[in-house]
Design a protein around this ligand. Structure first.
Ligand SMILES: Cc1cc2nc3c(=O)[nH]c(=O)nc-3n(C[C@H](O)[C@H](O)[C@H](O)COP(=O)(O)OP(=O)(O)OC[C@H]3O[C@@H](n4cnc5c(N)ncnc54)[C@H](O)[C@@H]3O)c2cc1C
Ligand code: SF4
Length: 238
């Protein structure tokens, strides 16, 4: 049975100046499976985090919602906070009441408060369905695929190859170069396009870490970051 704790952060006046925190707290108390609700002036501060830890222990909370800033800012902080008292760190949801609410609706307290309540409601619904996650390590192949041999793909391939990793550069046309190979001079400096491009094309062809597949296309891509599987169609025999 989920026992959800909800903590609403004022962020000084960043959130509390626009959102009626007391109304959000009252609404959260009526949400399903919510057994504890509190508000803090600065939840990320040490006293703020301590009050979250105490509430988890005293109320036997097993899931937590923090209504605060963007998860980019403090999701990891709060994951560590709840993990320090034995909760799985992924049984946490952050409702973004600042960047997604108070900062963008500062002229309308009523609408901002209603939206904040909905954001908290969504986070509560999600955290109730969250499952404990456990990080694991898997092997990865340090080889990169670059699709498209225009100037962007050429430079990316060279940068990765120069840093010591193997690169497969796939270009669907018979030659790399892309748009830039079609230009004479480039705006705004009126540099000679070929003078910039061709040395890089030669570097790609000669680089020991780069395998260049021209007149080839990616047919199928599966897997995930660190472990992609790619099928490449070579259109003519090389
Ligand atoms: C007419 C014109 C004038 C321009 N003038 C200027 C200028 O004066 N100054 C300036 O700075 N910029 C200029 N640009 C812009 C500049 O050329 C482009 O921003 C730049 O070349 C883009 O490089 P890119 O590598 O991102 O893409 P592209 O050069 O388009 O290269 C993409 C490459 O990927 C390949 N590719 C695409 N899909 C696949 C696939 N599925 N599988 C395999 N290969 C694939 C394509 O064949 C191509 O070789 C101009 C562009 C045009 C069209
Ligand atoms: S948790 Fe985020 S919203 Fe709350 S005080 Fe810290 S920075 Fe502000």
């Amino acid at each position: 049975m989920a026992r959800i704790g909800v903590f609403i952060c004022h962020c000084g006046t960043n959130i509390a100046g626009t959102v009626d925190i007391a109304k959000v707290v009252e609404a959260a108390k009526r949400m399903p499976m919510v057994v504890f609700v509190d508000d803090n002036r600065y939840t990320c501060s040490e006293p703020g985090q301590a009050s979250v830890r105490e509430a988890i222990i005293e109320n036997r909370l097993n899931r937590v919602v923090i209504g605060s800033c963007s998860p980019r800012m403090h999701e990891n902080t709060f994951r560590r906070t709840i993990a320090s008292v034995g909760l799985n760190p992924y049984l946490l949801e952050v409702a973004n009441l600042r960047e997604h609410c108070s900062w963008v609706h500062s002229g309308d307290r009523v609408a901002a408060t209603a939206k904040a309540i909905e954001l908290v409601r969504m986070a509560v619904a999600k955290v109730a369905r969250d499952e404990a996650l456990f990080p694991k390590q898997i092997g990865l192949t340090k080889r990169a695929l670059v699709i498209g041999g225009g100037i962007a793909g050429i430079q990316a391939a060279l940068d990765i190859a120069d840093s010591g990793h193997e690169v497969i550069l796939v270009e669907r046309e018979p030659s790399i170069g892309g748009r830039m190979a079609q230009l004479d001079k480039t705006f705004p400096t009126l540099d000679c396009s070929a003078c910039i491009l061709t040395p890089k094309m030669v570097d790609v062809a000669q680089h020991p870490n780069i395998t260049l597949l021209t007149y080839a296309e990616v047919e199928k891509l599966s897997g995930f970051v660190g472990n992609f599987n790619v099928e490449i169609l070579q259109k003519v025999k090389r």
